[in-house]
Design a protein around this ligand. Structure first.
Ligand SMILES: Cc1cc2nc3c(=O)[nH]c(=O)nc-3n(C[C@H](O)[C@H](O)[C@H](O)COP(=O)(O)OP(=O)(O)OC[C@H]3O[C@@H](n4cnc5c(N)ncnc54)[C@H](O)[C@@H]3O)c2cc1C
Length: 338
């Protein structure tokens, strides 16, 4: 695997940073939805857009809300951020995590391991979730801001994966890492609340680039189908092809509507927790359905060699896992029958 720091994906991320997109001072969810909805149609690859979204909703937005204004130096530096919660032995069970922060003089000593951390090998700082006691008590879970280059941190790209192959996705080990008291984000017992806040933004907006990405891919498949004849007609003229493309465009519009509802709630400062879960589950299902249609419309090409449709299909599969597995999130929705 290519070093992500030397890759086009990372260069694209830095371009977004230069344009000011990665560090809004006041974030309007609606405005951000519109920005990424247009970027999905651009030449930027999905990996860089995914990394930008992970940084914004998992890092920048919670940091802006919970980190004290006295940390303005950090804000001025405009760091790239990564949220580190998932562990090899505990994934969706957030309060079952094992990473431990032990009190020491002037700070904390952190030990533990995280996995599948988006931006993990390229970020400047981590938001690391850790327990302050071996217990499931939510008050014993904190969020620490960690300079990614201090000693005791080991980072390695997750090498084998089926999608998002150009994304920085890392395993991170923390071995006796010292964290000063000032680096606790918010109050020391606010880990659960901060995670929930980050996830509400992430689940609402992480797919903002997907509708225009699907439309872009659908237009690419149309171009290809115009050149491929079956039963004396270009494939693009067959009613089945036309119907499938229409479905893809309907899905893109449905996704826009779902994200729009959550974005409005966020901007109106309404409780967006459940609406964000609903958006995440339904959008990722629709993303996968449209991606499967695109794969099929490309016929044998998708199977024979790497194609944008194959890559997009695997990326869409990952969407049912990150920001919480769909089936577990659906259980939450069923309980409140939303
Ligand atoms: C592309 C990608 C990017 C990611 N980025 C990040 C990141 O930046 N930071 C981060 O911290 N994490 C990240 N993750 C990790 C992601 O958040 C986890 O994969 C997710 O939380 C699920 O954890 P898990 O895979 O261990 O699933 P598990 O917890 O093992 O769950 C898998 C399945 O087991 C079943 N199951 C589990 N628990 C229960 C239960 N209580 N009751 C019934 N059934 C159950 C469900 O069917 C569930 O879907 C990323 C993952 C991916 C794929």
């Amino acid at each position: 695997m290519q070093n992500i720091k030397n890759s086009l994906t990372f260069k694209n991320l830095l371009k977004l940073k230069k344009k000011g997109i990665l560090h809004p001072s006041n974030c309007s969810a609606r405005a951000y939805f519109d920005i990424f909805d247009s970027l999905g149609a651009s030449s930027l690859c999905s990996d860089s857009l995914f990394m930008a979204n992970a940084h914004l909703w998992g890092g920048w937005i919670p940091l802006k809300k919970y980190l004290s204004p006295s940390s303005s130096k950090l804000f001025n530096k405009k760091p790239i951020l990564a949220l580190a919660a998932t562990e090899p032995k505990t994934g969706s069970d957030f309060f079952g995590m094992n990473t431990l922060a032990k009190k020491s003089r002037n700070g904390w000593i952190l030990n533990g391991e995280k996995t599948l951390v988006t931006n993990g090998t390229i970020c400047d700082h981590f938001l690391v979730f850790a327990k302050t006691k071996h217990s499931r008590d939510p008050r014993e879970l904190s969020c620490f801001l960690l300079d990614a280059n201090v000693s005791g941190i080991k980072k390695a790209e997750v090498k084998k994966r089926i999608g998002l192959e150009r994304t920085s996705l890392a395993n991170i080990q923390f071995k006796n890492v010292f964290v000063p008291n000032a680096n606790i984000i918010g109050d020391y017992s606010l880990g659960g609340e901060i995670f929930q806040y980050a996830m509400t933004w992430e689940r609402s907006l992480i797919f903002s680039y997907v509708p225009s990405l699907l439309e872009k891919l659908s237009n690419q498949i149309l171009k290809l189908a115009k050149k491929r004849k079956r039963t004396n007609k270009a494939i693009s003229e067959h009613p089945l092809f036309i119907k499938k493309r229409e479905r893809i465009h309907t899905i893109a519009e449905d996704i826009r509507e779902l994200i729009s509802i959550s974005a409005t709630k966020l901007d109106n400062k309404e409780n967006a927790f459940f609406s964000a879960i609903k958006t995440k589950v339904q959008v990722s299902q629709k993303y996968e359905e449209a991606s499967r249609l695109l794969l099929q419309l490309d016929g044998k090409n998708s199977f024979l060699h790497e194609s944008p449709f194959e890559e997009n299909f695997y990326n869409s599969i990952a969407s049912s896992l990150y920001s919480g597995p769909n089936d577990l999130l659906q259980m939450v929705l069923d309980e409140i029958s939303i």
